[in-house]
Design a binder for this molecule. Structure first.
Ligand SMILES: [Zn+2]
Length: 442
């Protein structure tokens, strides 16, 4: 293990390529307690015998049901899992069960509030502070008389609600600002400006830390609630770490953000629940879009390392997908399947749409499209009184390919920095087109 922890020092960073966490700016610039870079890898670095460890922290809630069936009578217990992974280790070692450290379980039975969570992690952060400032002398195989080990937190990586509670930010329920990176009010999220990357000012780290301190000085519960509501900042224990930048180092992991977020929304909320991709008819069991997708999927021959999709994906019996399956869906299967489905079923959908338009009496335009009722990004159109919309929007398949092209760059094992601008442009184009496609004629 000791040599594995220092293995990163022997691997070169290729300029312009991001392959591992050590290639990133945080790792390369994080300051040590002596003012030198914490992860200095030069031959003449001071304290070269020290073992420097970078960790990332995850926190996720788990709900346990005390019965095999959900019912009003079955109790449930929610607990949060605080875990640490060691960023020094190469990715093939980092997430092995024996190398992931379980550091705490919240007691439940419900999720802790943002303030309660701080009490839970207070001692943990004190340990982190000691491990950074003073380190710990440990006898190791290479240093039988003791080696000083220092630890620094390089990122907190969770889903959005957990991240906000861990790093003192306001979450989706906070209208004043719901983003940990920029000053985005919730009611702007579905507007063009809200979906435009970099359109809002970046959140200031100094301001957030100052407000966290100020929140701590407030006494009354009501006073604190009002302060939090106004500034979307509150006290968080990690602010005691002198090197920790909550805006840059608290991140929503790509699994939650992209795979279980954007990709799942497009497939489940828009296409499945929006009836763009329909299952067989109820009475005569005539196969439709989903069944054809299954037929195509059954003929795929894939290497063993590509995740297989359930044979009835999209039907309730297909169950929910793992993030690995979502990744395979967006980067492999759907690239072929979706254009084929749109090509074959699009004309019938268009015909259906034209007939609906003909039937529509101007005074009776109260029918809202099934499509507009789904999708997290098009909240606004929920209340609109719309004209019918095509069940399969002609531009949806192309827009999906735009998303897939962006994710091919962002989710690659090695990211080419020169391609990031293109990835951002593609993602931006996808978001704005998604909004346009989802928008009804209001
Ligand atoms: Zn933002």
């Amino acid at each position: 293990m000791e040599s594995d922890l220092d293995q990163w020092r022997n691997e070169d960073t290729t300029p312009g390529q991001l392959r591992r966490i050590q290639d990133g700016q945080i790792w390369q610039t994080l300051s040590g307690p002596d003012g030198h870079p914490f992860f200095d890898n030069s031959d003449d670095r001071p304290n070269s015998s020290e073992l420097r460890v970078g960790i990332s922290i995850g926190f996720d809630g788990q709900v346990f049901l005390f019965s095999f069936q959900r019912s009003a009578f079955s109790g449930s217990h929610s607990t949060g899992v605080l875990s640490v992974s060691i960023a020094n280790l190469d990715t093939h070692l980092r997430y092995r069960v024996e190398n992931v450290l379980l550091c705490g379980l919240t007691p439940g039975p419900r999720e802790l509030s943002g303030d309660e969570l701080q009490k839970f992690i207070c001692e943990f952060v004190t340990d982190l502070l000691r491990l950074y400032e003073h380190g710990l002398l440990v006898r190791t195989p290479q240093y039988p008389n003791g080696r000083l080990v220092r630890v620094a937190l390089v990122c907190i990586s969770c889903d959005h609600p957990a991240l906000c509670r861990m790093a003192g930010f306001g979450d989706h329920s906070m209208n004043s600002c719901m983003c940990t990176k920029c000053e985005l009010p919730h009611d702007m999220l579905f507007e063009e400006a809200g979906l435009t990357i970099n359109s809002r000012p970046t959140r200031s780290t100094q301001e957030h830390l100052r407000r966290a301190q100020e929140y701590k000085t407030l006494n009354g519960k009501k006073e604190r609630e009002q302060f939090f509501k106004k500034h979307a900042s509150r006290w968080f224990e990690f602010s005691r770490l002198p090197y920790f930048d909550p805006v840059r180092m608290a991140i929503i992991d790509p699994m939650h953000n992209i795979l279980l977020g954007v990709v799942k929304t497009q497939w489940c909320d828009v296409w499945i629940q929006g009836k763009t991709l329909r299952g067989r008819t109820a009475t005569k069991k005539v196969p439709r879009e989903l069944d054809e997708i299954h037929e195509i999927l059954a003929n795929f021959e894939m290497p063993r390392w590509v995740a297989r999709l359930p044979s009835d994906v999209g039907y309730p019996a297909g169950g929910s997908l793992t993030s690995d399956e979502w990744k395979a869906m967006v980067l492999v299967y759907c690239l072929i399947v979706i254009p084929l489905i749109w090509e074959e079923w699009g004309p019938a959908s268009d015909k259906e749409y034209q007939e609906q338009l003909k039937k529509l009496k101007p005074s009776a335009s109260t029918q809202s499209s099934s499509r507009s009722q789904h999708g997290k990004l098009n909240k606004k159109s929920k209340t609109s009184q719309d004209q019918p919309q095509p069940r399969m929007h002609p531009q949806d398949a192309d827009n999906f390919l735009t998303l897939a092209a962006a994710l091919k760059i962002i989710l690659a094992r090695t990211i080419d920095v020169s391609e990031l601008e293109r990835a951002q442009d593609l993602l931006q184009a996808y978001l704005l087109k998604y909004r346009e496609v989802s928008e009804t004629s209001n």
